[in-house]
Design a protein around this ligand. Structure first.
Ligand code: NAD
Length: 486
């Protein structure tokens, strides 16, 4: 299915864009071999405006009148619809991102289904306990009163998503936004438009009221992303992407005081204590640094290892990195060039390259794709740009530490605060260290083990707010307290 805008319950034919103030679209490139595999429409300001108006109409129509149990049923039907077309979603996600079909089939698509089901379950659970067992009969202002609080949807919600986990991250926001009763205008990344289009097709089949869910495609700055996030009739913005983009969106949102929920960049630390199971710590760091070629916001880019095991850890991690052979490409030629230039910068700053550091040669069609080698670096000071700036590629820098306090200080010495991993067999140490790390998520002896009900998000430049379970429903709804004098 070719990427298309989906507005007010209908897919727009590609020609309709050409007549608007738009360049009519741009090529979709397969990152595995650089070939052009399709065309993506570029939404003009008028197209984005039409999507926002369609969403507003949906709220004034049947969608705005749905009760929570109906929305829970709709979310379950969307999950079932994705499941029925599982293979099509896997193929589209793998083609757009270059990630293996296995990764898409075990992570991206199942999690998208899980996102819809978990919010359906949450709505049902909330509905079951939504009755008053006791009447609170006293109000602090004097006199008797009954107070109760109702939560209402925010209205039209803009969802702007990145390219690394396109369907997973889009549905991570779309599911709770719909669960709370909002109408959504989603803009997937220009690099990965396909699964958002398939999702629109599933939602169309399910028969969600027209305009409850809309998709517009296109670029970010000065284009569809900016038209959407600066739109005066958008009531909230849920965004995942780079911290600099978050700052730009925040500036655009400031004009209308539009609330934002941001999941942004990271430079995630792993702390390996000498008492850790070293094999597990190495295997875990191979996963946390190199899964999806490091293009997951939770990936480890800084590793701090207690000095007695530093040499052994670096040797083992370097050997494992050199053995990796079936990794996927980076998303685009531009991103591959950025990653390779970060490798060069690290060397200029004095890094020792323990593994990788360049472009692999496969001797097949992949040599026209956008690959970078799994790379392990050592020898840089904490002030080096390569240690401070997010690369978002298959690379980590490993440095030694001597004390627990030093490990915490190094882990926190970053403008970012998304995720961290602590490897130790000392339970007390784990509980002591984890809360001292300035990160939204700290994993102990594991990485990316997720329970969808827990708060997910970042501190410092890594984000604003938390998503997951009730946390997302809190963002996507507004409480109104009703006080009745009795
Ligand atoms: P990006 O910020 O370049 O783009 C993300 C989305 O924003 C795209 O849809 C893009 O078109 C749009 N956009 C860009 N500029 C815009 C603007 N001025 N106004 C409105 N929209 C705009 O990010 P990316 O390169 O797609 O993704 C990689 C980044 O995302 C990394 O920094 C990574 O750490 C981060 N990320 C964070 C999380 C998290 O949960 N914290 C998850 C995944 C990715």
């Amino acid at each position: 299915m070719q990427p298309a805008h989906y507005i007010g319950g209908a897919f727009l034919p590609p020609e309709s864009e050409a007549s608007e103030a738009s360049d009519g679209g741009f090529p979709l490139v397969d990152p595995a071999d650089g070939s052009v595999v399709g065309r993506v429409p570029e939404a003009s300001r008028a197209t984005v405006d039409a999507a926002v108006r369609a969403a507003r109409r949906a709220l004034q129509g049947p969608w705005g009148a749905t009760a929570a149990p109906e929305r829970a049923a709709a979310l379950r039907m969307i999950a079932d619809g994705i499941e029925r077309r599982f293979e099509a979603f896997v193929a589209a996600e793998s083609a757009d991102t270059g990630k293996s079909r296995e990764l898409a089939a075990t992570v991206d698509v199942p999690r998208a289904i899980g996102n819809f089901r978990s919010y359906a379950d949450l709505l049902s659970a909330q509905a079951e306990r939504a009755y008053l067992t006791e009447v609170p009969g006293w109000s602090g202002g004097g006199g008797q009163a009954l107070n109760y609080t109702v939560r209402r949807p925010l209205g039209v919600v803009a969802v702007v998503a990145p390219w690394n986990l396109p369907l997973l991250l889009l549905t991570w926001k779309v599911a709770p936004a719909l669960a709370a009763g909002n109408a959504v205008v989603a803009k997937p990344s220009e690099e990965t438009p396909s699964t958002a289009t398939l999702l629109a097709d599933v939602i169309d089949e399910v028969g969600l009221p027209d305009g409850a869910f809309n998709v517009v495609h296109g670029h970010g700055p000065g284009a569809a992303g900016e038209f959407l996030t600066a739109h005066p009739d958008v009531d909230a913005i849920a965004f995942t992407g780079e911290s600099a983009t978050g700052a730009a969106i925040m500036r655009a949102a400031a004009d209308h005081v539009t609330p934002v929920s941001f999941e942004l960049g990271g430079k995630n630390p792993a702390v390996v204590f000498a008492d850790a199971d070293l094999d597990e710590a190495v295997a875990g760091t191979v996963r946390s640094a190199f899964t999806h070629s490091g293009q997951i916001c939770l990936c480890t880019e800084r590793v701090y290892v207690e000095r007695p095991v530093f040499e052994a850890f670096v040797a083992a991690l370097g050997a494992r990195a050199r053995e990796l052979s079936d990794y996927g490409p980076l998303i685009s030629a531009r991103h591959r060039d950025k990653v390779l230039s970060s490798f060069r910068l690290a060397v200029e700053e004095g890094a020792t390259v323990v593994a990788g550091g360049g472009t692999p040669v496969f001797g097949d069609a992949r040599d026209r794709g956008f690959y970078a080698e799994p790379t392990v670096l050592t020898g840089l000071p904490p002030t080096a740009r390569a240690v401070r700036e997010e690369v978002f590629g298959p690379v980590c820098h490993v440095a030694p530490f001597d004390t627990e306090d030093e490990a915490v200080r190094l882990a926190n010495d970053s403008p970012y605060g998304l995720a961290a991993t602590v490897w130790t067999r000392d339970l007390s140490r784990a509980h002591r260290v984890a809360p001292r790390i300035e990160a939204g998520i700290v994993w102990v002896n594991c990485w990316n083990l997720r329970d969808l009900r827990t708060p997910f998000g970042g501190r410092k430049a890594s984000g604003i707010g938390r998503e997951g379970g009730e946390h997302s429903l809190d963002f996507f709804s507004e409480p109104t307290n009703v006080c009745v004098r009795i």
